[in-house]
Structures are given as C-alpha cells and as structure tokens.
Design a protein around this ligand. Structure first.
Ligand code: HMG
Length: 393
C-alpha cells in the first residue's frame, strides 16, 4: 500500500523584515545575511498569531469536508508550545471543526517533531487505511534581538495530510536515523529564547547527515542518480548548500552538469525558506513545498531524498516518490500570493513585535484589526488563550 503526503500547505504571518536592512542596523555587511547565511526576508509574527493560529491557518487551506470525515488523528510537532500540559493539536482540531473521534497530541524533539509525526502517521495509516492523519509543524524561532542567531529566526506553520494512495508523494519504507546526546541547541524551562552553540550545531547537523545518508545508502543501495532532488531541514538556507557540497555531492566535480542540476533544484527548494526564515519543525516541509512549487523539471516517479534534523540531537534520512499528477494538488498560487502580499516592517517595528509576543498567561486584549488571517489570537482571559475564527472569505 502506498502511504504519504496527500496535500501540503504552509502559512506565515503577513509581515517581514528585510535582511539587508537588519544587517545594516546590526553593523554587519548585508551580504553576510543575504549570501553567508542565505536569508533575504524574515517573517515577523504579530501578537495576534501563535503556533495554534499559524497551524490552523495552514491546515484550513487544504482540509475539505471529506477530509474532516476521514481524519482521526492530529499530531502537532512544535518546540514553541503554548502550554505545558494541553496539546496544541486540540485547539487546532477545535478551530477546524474536526469531529470528536480523534487522537490529538503534541510531539517535541526540536526541529525533528514533524518528521516524528509523519512517521507515526504512516504507521497509523498502515493499520487504518481508510483514515487520514493531519500532521502539523509550527514554530516561532526566537534567539533574541542582537544575538548571533537573530538572522536565523522566523515563524510559520506547515500542514500535511497523510493518507493511503497520496496525491503528492509516497513515502518509501526504508529509513535511517541516528541519535546522540549533544548540547548544540536547547531551551530550558522558563526561557523564551533558545540557547545555542551555533557553529557546533552546524557541524553536528552535517555529521548526522553524513551518518544517516551513509546508513541509508547501505540499506537501499541507492546512488546519487536514483534521486531527483534533496530537501533538508533548513535553519537558514546556506545550511542546505553546505549539506549538498559537503555530503551529498562531495565526490562530484562542481563544474559537472550533474552537480549544477542538483544545485539548481536546491535553489528551488530554498526559495520559500529564504523569504520566511527558520520555522523549526516545519522547515524541511516548507522546503519540500518550495521545491515542488518552484522546480520546473521534476516529474512523477522521481525520488526526493529528505534529511530531517532536530538539535539535541537526531537526524533521519528517508525518501519518497512523486506521484502522477502531483502538480494538480499543490497550492502554488495561494502560497505565492501569501508571500507576495506581505507587508514590510522596519527594524524598529520588528523589534516591537518581537517584544510583544504573548509569552505569559497575563490578562490582555490583542488588537486583531491589522491581522486579516482567518484564525487569530484575540487575547488571554482567566489564563486561557482566546482564539477566534473569522467567517471564511
Ligand atoms: P555568525 O557567527 O554570526 O556567522 O553565526 P559567521 O561569522 O559564521 O558567518 C556566517 C557565514 O557568512 C559564514 O559562511 C561567513 O563566511 C559568511 P560559512 O563559513 O558558514 O560558509 N559571511 C559572508 N558571506 C558573504 N559576504 C560577507 C560575509 N560575511 C560573513 N560579507 C550562525 C552564524 C548560523 C552560527 C548563527 O546565526 C546561529 O547560531 N544560528 C542559530 C543556530 C543554527 O541555525 N544552527 C544550524 C544547525 S542546528 C539546526 O539546524 C537545528 C535548529 O533549527 C534548532 C532545532 O533543531 O530545533 C537550529
């Protein structure tokens, strides 16, 4: 039985800060952010959005009444949870009007959460082929103003519908994973910003890619030519260039046509991520959507390689096959319009939004008039987040 991604969408708030302008404010050469880190715009999230609303806004773009009948599990991968007990999956299921015969839970392992959810969803569909699983990955990446990590922040959500006979991509069964106890990035209880050993984290990411890609190759016997393209967890898009050059293509001539073809497809895979930033657990799936919606030379039957990484740390390498007519199930126009119609904010405004994020249970009312999203956070009352669904446009 084929199991995999039937539909996929992402959502990010309608504001961004320009990375060249941010660099100048931080006394850095703009090319450090634009080329050295590989980010052009960074999503700015207003207080009227949190991981719940971001995920609900992403999922609402793909869920049909028929899907509502078949979804019996919602798994929410996040590392910026809004509650230490109740899962964000319940809030989203309620906002989306899903039926009550549901398994709902949140899953955490840094940026790997959505991949853990995807693999779990695959197992569930294998046992219950007539059901569908909604996998959500949403995060708001925070390192702090004027930190080294600042240009690698971002925010947004990805929603994946997992089913049998998927329309977009069928997951292959073989997979290779590797875990080691490493302190490269973490967020102790009570802290709102991550603690990170930046350069070390990039090295661990690459070491785990080397390890899992090697393991996967040994298990499957696949060679480079068996893949059409690769997608990676992208904390910033230069990271994927390092992954391609230092691991995937390390034995190939950079001048060769083959090398260029893979690097061109990587350009398509990083396009959206360059404009959004790190959305942690959704990042690799944002890159998959970017690849499928921007590469012009992919076709059904081709294999995509995936490298998922979550600090702490775990890496997993797996693959999937593009399905016939997959192009008809993408949300290309919607996603491109979402990115094109965002409003630029100044660095000073971005800083205000950064400080205004709702990080406590303090009583408040949030101004939602500037946020046109379908799902918004309107305040906190009696320690309960108040979510609002606007009537569908
Ligand atoms: P930094 O020290 O500010 O930057 O930190 P740098 O000095 O290393 O410069 C960055 C790159 O820009 C370098 O290129 C420079 O040469 C280049 P590289 O050597 O890496 O190829 N550069 C320039 N290029 C062109 N023109 C110029 C110029 N100047 C410099 N004028 C760092 C950068 C990414 C470390 C920092 O932003 C950081 O700590 N970020 C957060 C951590 C992170 O993203 N780690 C990635 C791997 S871990 C991961 O992916 C998991 C994660 O998503 C969390 C999770 O799992 O939950 C983070």
């Amino acid at each position: 039985m084929k199991i995999g991604i039937d539909k996929a969408s992402f959502y990010t708030a309608d504001m961004y800060v320009d990375m060249a302008k941010l660099a100048l404010e931080r006394n850095e050469d703009p090319n450090k952010y634009l080329i050295g880190i590989g980010q052009h715009k960074m999503a700015v999230t207003p207080p009227s959005q949190d991981i719940v609303t971001l995920a609900a806004n992403a999922a609402a773009q793909i869920i049909t009444p028929e899907d509502r009948e078949q979804i019996d599990m919602v798994i929410f991968g996040t590392e910026s949870g809004i509650d230490n007990s109740k899962s964000a999956a319940i809030y989203v299921a309620s906002l989306l009007g899903l039926k009550n015969n549901l398994r709902t839970f949140e899953i955490k392992q840094a940026c790997y959460g959505a991949t853990a959810a995807l693999q779990m969803a695959k197992g569930h569909i294998a046992l219950h082929p007539d059901k569908k699983v909604l996998v959500l990955g949403a995060d708001i990446a925070r390192y702090g103003l004027r930190t080294k990590g600042e240009p690698t922040q971002g925010g947004g959500a990805v929603a994946l519908l997992i089913s049998q006979n998927p329309h977009i991509l069928a997951l292959e069964d073989e997979t290779a994973y590797y875990t080691e106890d490493v302190m490269d990035f973490w967020r102790p209880i009570g802290r709102n910003e991550a603690v990170v050993d930046g350069k070390f984290s990039a090295n661990v990411y690459l070491d785990f890619l080397q390890e899992t890609y090697q393991q996967y190759t040994a298990k499957t016997g696949y060679q480079l030519s068996d893949y059409a393209a690769f997608v990676f967890h992208l904390p910033f898009t230069k990271m994927g260039i390092k992954a391609m050059r230092q691991v995937i293509l390390k034995d190939y001539d950079p001048e060769s046509q083959l090398y260029q073809t893979y690097m061109e497809r990587y350009e398509a895979a990083r396009k959206y991520n360059m404009l959004v930033g790190n959305i942690y657990t959704g990042s690799m799936y944002l890159s998959l959507i970017s690849l499928l919606e921007n590469a012009t030379d992919l076709r059904a039957g081709q294999r995509i390689g995936f490298y998922s990484y979550g600090s702490g740390a775990i890496g997993e390498f797996f693959a999937g096959i593009l399905q016939p007519g997959y192009q008809n199930y993408l949300q290309t126009d919607l996603h491109q319009a979402l990115l094109a119609h965002r409003q630029e904010v100044s660095v000073a405004e971005y800083e205000e939004y950064f400080d205004a994020m709702v990080l406590s249970d303090e009583e408040r009312t949030i101004d939602i008039t500037k946020d046109a999203a379908q799902f918004v956070l309107s305040g906190v009352h009696e320690q309960k987040r108040q979510y609002l669904k606007r009537t569908e446009k």
